[in-house]
Design a protein around this ligand. Structure first.
Ligand code: DX5
Ligand code: ZN
Length: 221
């Protein structure tokens, strides 16, 4: 089954509560894109906004930390109400960061950029809950899906299933009703989407359309 995590990056930050309410009944998780202006060339939001969302909503908050030094902030994200955090494999210190997230009671996510080999993530599968495969270069919403990442998704799916790991395979970037089929076919189950949902006249309908597109691609021929 396809699950959907709307990215608030494409929501109206001046009406964030209202935008979250629009998707709350249909979406599975809420994806929170945290950018530090260093790991990626953009700045977004941090723990105070997570805290404000937590007061407003009981949705599962999936925080994607595009940061060079996430370890310094994990406790603050947890205290603010984050349910899971994903750190990037490219920054290193993966073992310590996994331990730190686990000790805080966070869902443990590992994110990987398009140009980074998926092999860098496979040794960690037994210690994580979530593998976030980027299908655009992180930093901005509204970019085009990179189809060259699809074989990495398939390889991750195979590794997760072959060893019986309970890891959610999440994809992020350029996901819409057209690209959903390729990622679902490769075995992704959690779809992050920003512009396809909050850029739609009816964000709840966009969530349902994305899920239907993913599920249709998953049907055996
Ligand atoms: C990109 C972010 C994504 C982004 C997705 O750096 O990690 O979560 O918001 O936005 P769309 O769906 O517009 O590509
Ligand atoms: Zn993201």
């Amino acid at each position: 089954m396809t699950r959907i995590a709307p990215s608030i990056l494409s929501a109206d930050f001046a009406a964030l509560g209202e935008d979250i309410t629009k998707v709350a009944g249909d979406a599975d998780w809420l994806h929170v894109d945290v950018m530090d202006g260093h790991f990626v060339p953009n700045l977004t939001i941090g723990p105070p906004v997570v805290k404000a969302i937590r007061r407003h909503s009981d949705m599962y908050l999936d925080c994607h930390l595009m940061m060079t030094n996430p370890g310094q902030y994990l406790e603050a994200f947890r205290a603010a109400g984050a349910d899971s955090c994903s750190v990037h494999v490219e920054i290193g210190h993966t073992s310590e960061l996994i331990d730190q997230m686990r000790a805080l009671g966070l869902g443990v996510g590992l994110a990987v950029n398009p140009e980074t080999p998926i092999d860098d993530c496979l040794p960690w599968l037994e210690r994580i809950d979530l593998l976030l495969v980027m299908t655009v270069h992180p930093g901005f919403g509204g970019q085009s899906f990179m189809s060259e990442v699809v074989p990495k998704i398939a390889r991750a799916r195979h590794a997760i299933d072959a060893d019986g790991h309970s890891v959610v395979l999440e994809v992020d970037g350029g996901i819409d009703s057209a690209t959903a089929a390729a990622v679902a076919g490769a075995g992704a189950e959690m779809f992050v989407a920003g512009s396809a949902i909050f850029g739609h006249d009816d964000p709840a309908a966009a969530v349902r359309e994305l899920r239907a597109a993913g599920d249709a691609a998953r049907q055996p021929a």
